[in-house]
Design a protein around this ligand. Structure first.
Ligand SMILES: NC(=O)CC[C@H](N)C(=O)O
Length: 718
C-alpha cells in the first residue's frame, strides 16, 4: 500500500455539504425545537381540557388520562406529517446502553387501492416489540418473550430526518409483560420521583410553598475523537471494537499541549456547525464546543436540562455526531480510550436539583436563609457519595472505561469529592464553631452567628477529581464517553434522595424539640460533615500518595476494575437502597449486574479475537514479507541488522499470538462471571503481549508494507 497516497486522499476526502447554516436570528425564531412536539405546539392542536390533562401529567406527574390518547395521537400524526414524517416509532433505551427503534408506517390500506394515514391512541400509548432479542439479564425467560414499550409523555416527541424522509420518534419506556423494567429510562423516571418525594419535605421545613416539585437537572459534556473515514475502515479493530488494539506511539502525542482549546480545524468546525443545526432543531441547547487535550479530540456540551430530557438528548447528541461526521469524510469515535498514550474521553455529568419555580438547590444564594438551605443539601450530597462510593464506581464501570479511570488523565477509580478551598473552609468553620465572616474578598454575609459566610462564586476547578463541586452543581467526571447517562443519573438521584430523607428526619426532630432553624441546620450540617469528611479531597487525585492515603488512612474504596465494581452493584446496602425507593427491585438490580458482567465478557472477547485475527493475518504477514525482501539484499550490513530486529520481534509476535489463541479458546468456564474474570485476568494480558510485539514491528517494518493506518496518520490528518 502506498502510504503517501493514503494520507493525501484521507486529508482531501472532505465531502463538505455546502448548505448554508441558519443565521442566528433564524435559529432563534424558526429553527430551535422546530422538530419537537412541545406542549406549546400541542396547545393549538388539542382541546383545552385534553391539553390541560396532558400538562398535568408532564408538569406535575399526574397519572396519564388514557381517554385523551386518541386526540393526542391525531395531533401528533398531523404535526409529524406536516414535518414530512411517514413513519413513527417508540424510541426506547434497552439495557444495551444505546437506543432502539422499530418503525411503523402511518399508512393503512382502506380497500380498493385506497390508503389512509392513521395513528391511534392505542398505538401511541403502547407497542409490543419482540423482547427476546434484548438483554434482560434473566428477567424475561425466552418462552415469555413479551415486552412492551409505553409512551413517556414527560419527554416530548421529535422528528428524526434522513436523506429520504423523516420519522416521528416517541420517547418510551420498555418493560417486561410483568412490569419489570427492561430499560434504562424506567428506573430513571422512578428515581426522579423518589428525589421529589425526598426533597420536597426538606424544602417545606425551609418554608417552601405548597405545590413545589423538585427534579434533578443534568448537563453532560461529551468528549469524542474524529478521524478520517478512510483510515477507520482500514482498521478492523476500530470497526469491531471502537478502539485501536495496535499502534506504536508516534513521535508526537499531546506533549506540546497545543491542541486543548486551540483553533478548531475548518473541516471540524464545519462538521460541528452542521451537527449543531440539527441539534437545535431537536431543541437540544448545545452551547460549548472546543478542541480537547488529545490531538484529534473534541468536546460538545449542552446547557443543563431536566434530567429525563437530558438523558434522551444525550443519546441524540451521540447519534447526530456519529451520522454527521460521515458527511465530512470523518468518523466520530465515542470510545473511552480509542488511542493508547493520549487522553481518553469522558462524559462529565453536571448534576443538580431544582424546583419547578427554577430554584437551583445547589446554588449558594443571596440571603442567609438560602445559604442555610444550600449547606443542608450540599451536606446531603457528601453523605450520599461517601455512603455509596461503590455504587458510583459501579454505575460507570465498563470494559472500555477501565482504560480511562485510574490512568493519569482521567478521574481515579477511587471516589472522592472536590469541594474547593472556600467551601471546605466554610465547613471547617462550621465544625470548629467559628461561624462569622471568612477571610477572602467577595464573601457574602450569612447574618447568623453560627453559620459562616458563603462565597458568591465558590469553587476553584479541579481536573483530577471524580466528583467535583463547581460553584452551583456537582460534576460527576468518572462517567465514560460512550455510556448512557441514564444509570449514573438514576444512582445520583437515588443516593441523594436517601441522604436528604435521613437528614430531614434529623432536622425535623430538632425543630420539634424547639430548636431554631438556624441552630438545627448548623448542628445537622456539622454532625454530618464530621462523619463523612473523609470523602472530601481537594488535592491531586492522580498522585501515588493519594491512593495510599485514600485506602490506608481514610478507608475509601479503590475498586480498580469493572469486575471489582460490578460485584458490589447488588450488595445488601444497594439492594436495600433501590428497593426502599421503589427504583429497582432485587430482580431488576440483579439483572443489571448480570448484563454488566455479560457485556464485559463479550466486549473483551471480541477484542481478544480481533487482536488474534489482525496479528495473524495482517501484521505477521507484513513482517514476513519484509524479512523476505531483506533476504534479497542479505549481503548488506544494514539488511542484516534490520533482519535481526524484525526477526526477533516477529518471533515474539508469533509466540504471543499462540498464547492469546489458547486464552481466546478457553473462555475460563461456563458461567458469565467466570468468563468475565477469564477475560480480565488472562485475555487482556495476552492481548497486551501481542500488541507489544506488533508495535515493535511497526517501528521497524517498511511503512510501505505496514497494513494499518498509524497513530501518526489517524491523530494528525485533519
Ligand atoms: N480537559 C479535561 O477535563 C479532560 C478530561 C478527560 N478527557 C477525561 O477523560 O475525563
Amino acid at each position: 500500500m502506498n502510504q503517501d497516497f493514503d494520507v493525501n486522499s484521507a486529508a482531501r476526502n472532505w465531502r463538505v455539504e455546502t448548505t448554508p447554516s441558519a443565521s442566528p436570528l433564524e435559529v432563534v425564531n424558526d429553527l430551535f425545537a422546530s422538530d419537537v412536539l412541545t406542549l406549546e405546539q400541542l396547545k393549538a392542536r388539542l382541546s383545552k381540557s385534553a391539553h390541560k390533562s396532558l400538562q398535568a401529567t408532564v408538569e406535575r406527574g399526574a397519572q396519564l388520562d388514557a381517554s385523551i390518547a386518541d386526540t393526542v395521537a391525531l395531533a401528533m400524526k398531523t404535526w409529524a406529517m406536516e414535518k414530512g414524517a411517514t413513519h413513527y416509532t417508540h424510541w426506547f433505551q434497552p439495557l444495551t446502553g444505546s437506543t432502539a427503534e422499530k418503525h411503523d408506517s402511518f399508512l393503512n390500506p382502506a380497500g380498493d387501492g385506497v390508503a389512509i394515514m392513521s395513528f391511534s391512541g392505542k398505538e401511541l400509548i403502547q407497542a409490543e416489540p419482540d423482547a427476546s432479542s434484548f438483554p434482560s439479564g434473566g428477567l424475561r425467560a425466552t418462552f415469555e418473550a413479551r415486552g412492551y414499550t409505553a409512551w413517556d409523555p414527560s419527554s416530548p416527541a421529535f422528528i428524526i430526518r434522513h436523506a429520504n424522509g423523516a420519522t416521528l420518534c416517541i420517547p418510551s419506556v420498555f418493560a417486561s409483560w410483568t412490569g419489570e423494567a427492561l430499560d434504562l429510562k424506567t428506573p430513571l423516571l422512578r428515581s426522579i420521583e423518589a428525589l421529589n418525594s425526598a426533597v420536597t419535605p426538606a424544602l417545606e421545613l425551609f418554608g417552601a410553598s405548597a405545590g413545589t416539585r423538585v427534579s434533578s437537572s443534568l448537563g453532560a459534556e461529551q468528549e469524542y475523537f474524529l478521524i478520517a473515514e478512510e483510515y477507520y475502515y482500514r482498521r478492523p479493530d476500530l470497526v469491531m471494537t471502537g478502539r485501536t488494539l495496535f499502534g506504536a506511539q508516534p513521535p508526537r502525542g499531546q506533549e506540546l499541549e497545543d491542541h486543548y482549546f486551540g483553533a478548531i480545524p475548518d473541516r471540524v468546525l464545519s462538521f460541528m456547525t452542521d451537527a449543531e443545526m440539527q441539534l437545535y432543531a431537536l431543541g437540544i441547547p448545545v452551547k460549548t464546543r472546543h478542541n480537547e487535550v488529545a490531538p484529534g479530540q473534541f468536546e460538545i456540551a449542552p446547557i443543563f436540562e431536566n434530567s429525563n430530557i437530558a438523558a434522551d438528548h444525550q443519546q441524540l447528541i451521540m447519534q447526530v455526531l456519529r451520522t454527521t461526521a460521515r458527511k465530512f469524510g470523518l468518523v466520530c469515535l465515542m470510545h473511552e480510550k480509542p488511542f493508547a498514550g493520549v487522553n481518553g474521553s469522558g462524559k462529565h455529568c453536571n448534576w443538580s436539583m431544582s424546583t419547578n419555580a427554577g430554584e437551583n438547590l445547589l446554588e449558594p444564594g443571596d440571603t442567609p436563609h438560602e445559604n442555610m438551605q444550600f449547606l443542608f443539601f450540599c451536606t446531603a450530597v457528601l453523605k450520599a457519595v461517601d455512603t455509596h462510593q461503590d455504587l458510583l464506581r459501579a454505575c460507570v464501570a465498563s470494559a472500555s472505561n477501565d482504560h480511562r479511570l485510574g490512568a493519569n488523565e482521567a478521574p481515579p477509580a477511587i471516589i472522592s469529592i472536590f469541594l474547593g478551598s472556600e467551601l471546605t473552609d466554610i465547613f471547617d468553620r462550621i465544625v470548629s464553631g467559628q461561624g462569622g465572616s471568612g477571610k477572602s474578598a467577595g464573601l457574602m454575609g450569612l447574618g447568623s452567628s453560627v453559620l459562616p459566610e458563603i462565597p458568591v462564586h465558590a469553587g476553584d476547578r479541579n481536573r483530577t477529581s471524580p466528583f467535583a463541586f463547581t460553584g452551583n452543581k456537582f460534576e460527576f467526571r468518572a462517567v465514560g464517553s460512550s455510556q448512557s447517562i441514564s444509570f449514573p443519573i438514576t444512582v445520583l438521584n437515588a443516593i441523594v434522595a436517601e441522604s436528604v430523607s435521613e437528614l430531614t428526619a434529623e432536622l425535623k426532630a430538632k425543630l420539634d424539640a424547639g430548636q431554631s432553624l438556624d441552630d438545627a441546620v448548623a448542628e445537622v450540617v456539622k454532625g454530618t460533615y464530621q462523619k463523612y469528611q473523609r470523602i472530601v479531597f481537594n488535592g491531586d487525585g492522580y498522585s501515588e500518595e493519594w491512593h495510599t492515603e485514600a485506602e490506608k488512612e481514610r478507608g475509601l474504596l479503590n475498586l480498580r476494575t469493572t469486575l471489582d465494581a460490578v460485584e458490589q452493584l447488588n450488595n445488601d446496602k444497594n439492594t436495600a437502597l433501590f428497593g426502599k425507593l421503589g427504583i429497582l427491585n432485587e430482580r431488576e438490580l440483579g439483572a443489571r449486574q448480570e448484563i454488566m458482567f455479560d457485556i464485559y465478557f463479550k466486549t473483551v472477547n471480541i477484542e481478544g479475537e480481533t487482536t488474534e485475527y489482525m496479528a495473524q493475518t495482517q501484521i505477521l504477514p507484513a513482517a514476513l514479507t519484509y524479512l523476505a525482501d531483506l533476504g534479497r539484499v542479505s549481503g548488506s550490513k544494514a539488511a542484516q541488522g534490520v533482519t535481526a530486529e524484525v526477526s526477533a520481534a516477529a518471533d515474539e509476535l508469533f509466540d504471543a499470538i499462540q498464547a492469546l489463541r489458547t486464552q481466546n479458546q478457553t473462555l475460563g468456564g461456563e458461567e458469565v462471571h467466570e468468563k468475565a474474570h477469564h477475560m480480565r485476568d488472562h485475555v487482556l494480558p495476552a492481548m497486551g503481549d501481542v500488541r507489544t510485539a506488533a508495535d515493535k514491528l511497526e517501528k521497524v517494518v517498511s511503512s510501505k508494507l505496514w497494513p494499518l493506518p498509524t497513530y501518526r496518520q489517524m491523530l494528525f490528518v485533519k
